[in-house]
Design a binder for this molecule. Structure first.
Ligand code: COA
Length: 184
């Protein structure tokens, strides 16, 4: 289900299931954002551009960046009215301009309730139906079995192993490339 909300005059698609809302990040989310994001167990599975520790200044910078998006790329995930994490796209260019990377995270108290899978399915189907993109992919560190499972449940296929492609927290590991494509 899709609704639309304004944000600085730009279109902000709001996506819904009975318990989830994917909507634009907003200034009142700062405290919840920092509380959930400031956790090494979350950051361990994400790119280094996700700060750890995650300070209020990091949260403010993130909210500012999201407020300035001309085409919405990042959504807060709300479950039963509470912010629980985030999900977003990173557009590619040049010959990969019909692809985007998709990424997501939840605060640790919210793990294990099927929320990431539900959010990923919702955003994937919205994006493939409404944008020119024909491929969404995700880059998973090889120790992150839970995220691999989320992607598989959402119809993504593991296309390959990128050997020793990641260094995170001083540890080198393989990465798995997952993708879901829009068939012709
Ligand atoms: C990974 C993450 C998004 C999962 O969110 P979630 O809402 O708990 O995921 P879901 O409940 O939808 O599904 C998790 C699945 O993984 C399974 N799982 C959990 N731990 C696992 C593990 N160590 N190995 C394999 N599967 C595992 C669960 O059993 C479940 O599968 P099931 O429904 O078949 O039982 C969440 O833990 C998180 O935010 N982690 C930190 C950030 C992160 O890893 N982001 C993704 C980067 S690619």
């Amino acid at each position: 289900m899709t609704a639309r909300a304004g944000g600085r005059g730009y279109s902000r698609p709001v996506l819904k299931t009975p318990r989830l809302l994917l909507r634009a990040w907003a200034a009142p989310d700062l405290a919840a954002l920092v509380r959930l994001a400031d956790n090494p167990a979350v950051a361990r599975n994400l790119r280094d551009r996700f700060p750890s520790p995650y300070t209020p200044a990091d949260g403010e910078a993130w909210l500012e960046l999201c407020a300035g998006e001309l085409l919405q790329q990042n959504w807060a995930i709300e479950c039963d009215g509470e912010v629980v994490g985030g999900i977003g796209l990173a557009a590619r260019g040049d010959v990969q301009r019909l692809s985007a990377e998709i990424g997501y995270w939840l605060g640790e108290p919210h793990w294990g309730r099927g929320i990431a899978t539900e959010a990923l399915v919702l955003l994937t189907e919205h994006v493939l139906a409404t944008r020119d993109l024909i491929r969404l992919d995700a880059y998973v560190f090889a120790w992150n079995g839970a995220s691999a499972r989320v992607l598989e449940k959402a119809g993504y296929v593991r296309e390959g192993v990128l050997r020793r492609a990641v260094v995170k927290g001083g540890e080198v590991c393989d990465a798995w490339m997952y993708a879901r494509v829009k068939e012709r």
